[in-house]
Design a protein around this ligand. Structure first.
Ligand SMILES: C[S@@+](CC[C@H](N)C(=O)[O-])C[C@H]1O[C@@H](n2cnc3c(N)ncnc32)[C@H](O)[C@@H]1O
Length: 203
């Protein structure tokens, strides 16, 4: 299991509670900002891994969209909410899936890497590399640990559902094994205190 599962975290498996909690933490705002900044192509082909409730679709115009998530409840909710706007699959994104999919302009890993172990990340990146178009981009967003971080931000991040919170340096080291060009940005949210890290990577 890639995330914490005690009673407190279990309530987040309810789409309504997860969505409310995400708004409270401003997760929806930062995701909007990242997507608007990164997605410039018209009618982009998008693969959203760890798509959750599929809400990234709110900020992308007319995409050809495939969303993968391991949560059945989230995928069922996304299928109902977004109907024909995208294809939602309750599966692990694996080598087997690649053969069935087209190549993508953008692959989104929004809030998922911090759920995965280093080995899972390296395996995922190798599969992503095969699925991304030549000039396509991988876009990531995760909470990180930093030196001299706001105490409350660090406290909240250490209680995230994801079991594998990392530093900026650790993410960049792994991403650079697969992608030559990457732009990274750190966002220090003042209220509610939180530290986000985003990468946009190309071949
Ligand atoms: C923090 S949520 C982010 C959801 C969505 N990307 C968003 O922006 O709202 C992390 C998601 O990753 C999913 N997840 C965790 N481990 C996964 C895995 N190995 N494969 C696919 N999805 C996974 C969880 O079910 C959850 O929906």
């Amino acid at each position: 299991m890639s995330h914490k599962t005690n009673k407190f975290y279990k309530i987040l498996s309810s789409p309504f509670i997860y969505s409310t909690f995400q708004k409270l933490m401003k997760g929806d705002k930062i995701r909007k900002k990242i997507l608007e900044l990164s997605i410039k192509k018209k009618n982009p082909k998008i693969l959203d891994i760890g798509c959750g409730l599929g809400d990234s679709l709110e900020y992308i115009e007319n995409p050809v969209y495939f969303g993968y998530d391991i949560s059945k409840t989230y995928i069922e909710y996304a299928k109902k909410k977004y109907k024909k706007k995208g294809v939602f699959l309750c599966r692990n994104f694996s080598q087997k899936e690649i053969k069935r999919l087209p190549k993508f302009d953008y692959i989104l890993l929004i809030g998922i890497l911090h759920h995965l172990t280093n080995d899972q990340i390296l395996n995922l990146l190798s599969n992503i590399k095969k699925t991304l178009k030549k000039h396509g981009s991988l876009i990531t967003l995760d909470p990180i640990y930093m030196k001299d971080q706001n105490y409350f931000a660090r406290f909240l991040i250490s209680h995230d559902r994801g079991k594998n919170i990392k530093t900026k340096k650790e993410y960049l080291r792994m991403l650079k094994l697969f992608f030559k060009n990457s732009i990274s940005r750190t966002y220090n949210q003042s209220f509610i205190p939180y530290t986000w890290f985003s990468m946009s990577c190309r071949n």
